[in-house]
Design a protein around this ligand. Structure first.
Ligand SMILES: Nc1ncnc2c1ncn2[C@@H]1O[C@H](COP(=O)(O)OP(=O)(O)OP(=O)(O)O)[C@@H](O)[C@H]1O
Length: 257
């Protein structure tokens, strides 16, 4: 079990307080959605987990220990815009994920370990529905296919925590629905912790087991940047609820794989 803990975390950029008093425990295997208005600090929260942002105060811990300062393969991230390598094929991109997990940037896999990594890459490519396209370059793939590739590459690194920053925001509704149907079984099968930022409230409710909302609760009209956002809602979505929260019930938003 790996638990991600935020202990009284604050993030400030100069005079601007972005996040304040964030206290949060995310249990291993959680699918957490993060919602909130633009500028509330959702991406900043992901960057804290990724190790790209240090708290101004407080601590972010994995199993009670500080994360290494450098981002590592234990945390993967998928952005709204496809973050794959354009000069590598589908297979090359996913294989690179395995190589990074095994060797970091220091060396390529050779011989038997490479053969095994290719086998695993092909299985993952099949699982994300790109089996027919393994030798294509990203420029020859549609937006949805590139995003599936980005997810496969992130998963190949076997992260303990997968961070999704509006991963489906740029996709058309049909492709987005396909991605929903893909991500939920992957999360279940691989027993990952997922933290997903989204502006789509239905997606947030439909995919996650837990949802938090970030927003400012204190306002200073003279100095709008004086107060940061904190957690205003923290909902357990594993319980069936017919009581609408944020205008949604779990049953209404259910996305079935
Ligand atoms: N590296 C940085 N330096 C200075 N300010 C920053 C930095 N990163 C983020 N900010 C500021 O922090 C605030 C929160 O940004 P963040 O991207 O986390 O918000 P968000 O909730 O993800 O917004 P959106 O929904 O629009 O993507 C913004 O006002 C942004 O300008």
């Amino acid at each position: 079990m790996s638990t991600l803990s935020f202990r009284n975390v604050w993030v400030e950029f100069g005079d601007q307080v972005v996040l304040e008093r964030i206290n949060l425990e995310i249990a291993s295997g959680t699918f957490l959605s993060v919602v909130g208005p633009s500028g509330a600090g959702k991406s900043t929260l992901l960057h804290l987990i990724l190790g790209q942002q240090r708290p101004t105060q407080g601590r972010v811990l994995l199993d009670g220990k500080p994360f290494p300062a450098e981002p590592g393969p234990d945390r993967g991230i998928v952005f709204q815009r496809y973050s794959v390598f354009p000069h590598l094929t589908v297979l090359g991109n996913v294989l690179l994920g395995y190589e990074l997990a095994e060797r970091g940037f220091t060396a390529r896999l050779l011989g038997e370990p490479r053969r095994k990594a290719i086998e695993k890459s092909l299985a993952l490519i099949e699982a994300v529905g790109l089996g027919q396209h393994r030798d294509k370059y990203p420029s020859a793939l549609s937006g949805g296919m590139q995003q599936r590739l980005a997810i496969a590459q992130a998963i190949a690194k076997r992260p303990r925590v997968l961070l999704l920053d509006e991963p489906f925001g740029a996709l058309d509704p049909g492709t987005r629905a396909q991605m929903h149907a893909l991500i939920k079984p992957l999360w279940r099968d691989l027993k990952m912790t997922i933290v997903m930022v989204t502006h789509d409230i239905k997606e947030a409710f439909g995919l996650a087991t837990r949802l938090i909302a970030l927003d400012r609760t204190r306002h200073d009209p003279q100095a709008p940047e004086r107060f940061g956002a904190n957690i205003t809602y923290d909902l357990d979505l594993t319980r069936d609820s017919t009581v609408p929260v944020l205008g949604f019930t779990k049953a209404e938003a259910e996305i079935r794989p």
